[in-house]
Design a protein around this ligand. Sequence first.
Ligand code: ADP
Ligand code: ZN
Ligand code: ZN
Length: 736
Amino acid sequence: MSRAADVWRVVLDMPLRRPFDYLAPKENCVTRITPGMRVRVPFGGQRLIGIATQAASESAIAPERLKPILDVLDTAPVLDESLRTLLMWAADYYHHPIGEVFAAALPKALRGGGGALALSRRWIANAAGRAAAQSGEPRRAPQQRRILQHLLQNDAGAGASEVSVLFPGAAVRALAQRGWIELTDAPAPAAVAGPAPTLGSGGFELNAEQRAAVDAVNGAFGGFAAFLLHGITGSGKTEVYLHLVERALSAGRGALILVPEIGLTPQLVGRFRARFAAPLAVLHSGLGDRERLQAWRAAFTSEARIVLGTRSAVFAPLGSLGLVIVDEEHDPSFKQHEGGFRYSARDLAVVRAQQAGVPIVLGSATPAFETLYNVSAGRYQRLSLPRRTAQAQAPRIALIDLRTSAVHCGIAAPAIEAIERHLRAQGQVLVFLNRRGYAPTLLCTACGWSSVCRECDARMTVHQAAARLRCHHCGAEEPLPQRCAQCGFAARPVGQGTERIEEKLAELFPEVARVRLDRDAVRKKGDMEAAMQRMASGEARILIGTQMVTKGHDFPNVTLVVVLNADRGLFSTDFRAPERLAQTIVQVAGRAGRGEKPGEVLIQTEFPDHPLLKSLLAEGYDGFARAALLERQQASWPPYTRLAAVRTSAKSAAAALKFLTEARRIARAPARVRLLGPVPAAMAKRAGRYHAQLLIESRERGALQRFLTRWIEEIEQLPSGRHVRWALDVDPLELF
Ligand code: ADP
Ligand code: ZN
Ligand code: ZN
């Protein structure tokens, strides 16, 4: 048995579910390390960096077999107690190895041993300088004495540039020559937390609903409370966030704001920068390692009191968190659905707010059905912003029956008429189609050959302008063939993508300039801004776009929105497909008539009598959600049950299934936990690998969690696991 507090538990970035024990470093052991600091330890033949989490009085490992910690990398914990609590909660809930969970919370540069604090050139007074000052030196040089006093007031000294501004260079050099002060690379002291100044309001009064929302959340400061801020795009949600952040800052606390990847626009960042004098740390997946480290450090030192970021920013260090905001909370990009550690940043944000005892605001025009359920269960309080600030009327929505209309290249005659009418009235038009490229298929009408991807169970998309066939699932590409690969007959593109719709609109309205927004048209920085600018200036008046147009961007002069195809969301094996469909329609419709002109929305469908479409038109998003939630309750889907999925991929379909079959066989599930499957994924082959899944469902979260804890450890031992990639997904968002 090892002696008291001689042992440290260290979490290493490895797929193992437990910490490792190490001996504290020899000299003044326990005092130097505090939980949450990085340490370097021997492991196998390597040296690894881990996080010391806990001092222990004993170890299950014999003392002579314990190895010592080699090095302590930090002077302050890089993961403070509140973050560690959150991460441990996440490791438990998502059943993921703690080391990999900790690693997800730290920038790569820190995991590699980089400094947690930025170093800068600083003058510090050394021991000789201190002794000299105590004996009243330097007597005859008042300038030098002032400098020495200035540096002695702060252990971290003063920045070299600051000193050069404040004091004459000759006096500084003289002190250095006397050996009393030194120039070193040292971390700047942490910023002093205090009320941060704002740069003034947006220049207008909040309307009554905004006021009520701000008041409600303000009233909750000082404890945990969750709010849904439900307001359509343009209703003034961001304005509410800005007011709440101001409140948090003036109380000397920080604010964490999460946005979906695509919602983090320069405009949004600009609005925060324009409002607050306090520096802002922006964290997103497009940052390089250095930029990410800088943003992390800014938050860590409290230099930045506002952190604005995408998914992984939920783990950002913030000294004294005062408020959490999740904008567009329904957005699927908050769920990490690849790799090992699959978490929901939205859900973890709620947990973080709860643990920190601060309010959280979930904002959306189209809240997730889970969130609406939490509202009806009384867990979240709903705050509504029902009207648009700049415009009084909601857009008119109507269906176009594709079965009874003449259709030209995917656009029905009534839609073409409407486009013409709006263009004549000087309006702008948005045509929405969630499929990029020219056509989804290349087909030979003579022999039936089509452009199937070699690596996937999917067709390759025709990209006419680039003259390529591309698979949108694995990225495979080849030149666009002119003739059928099988019989040599001419091959034809079948169906529509945005590129083809643009071509058709150019043919119909040759004199009107167009803009296309999809991943092919917007490739590099600035493309998006240029496109938005062409619409804003009125130079272009037709916008053709995919999902990309639904998020965050303002097109105030769009008066007509045409949704070309709503039907794919109506019939799907995924129980969330109707939710996504309604969200997309409402979000796209929200682009219409944001200026003074009223908007019109036309939805093309072959199923105008579908009950879900009808409920959406008659009762709006809320009515649709009620109907769809009732269906989920009857079918025992979330949020009425809890779900987890084990997913596999392997070189053969059989291997992908075999592992899951064995996993199911060894599962001793209690009666309250049901296993469904395994089944091959709907698109079983993707990028040359075969995918399958096994679902685990229960009405009780506790029962499901207890079962998973035991079972995951057992299936980790399955020999067939070596031939597959597998991952557990708790609360999966997509089923396939
Ligand atoms: P959302 O975040 O819901 O899309 P915003 O906060 O961006 O809405 O507001 C939409 C537009 O209305 C913005 O240009 C904003 O400056 C403006 N706005 C917001 N609140 C008000 C208000 N109370 N009075 C006037 N204009 C407002
Ligand atoms: Zn052919
Ligand atoms: Zn493919």
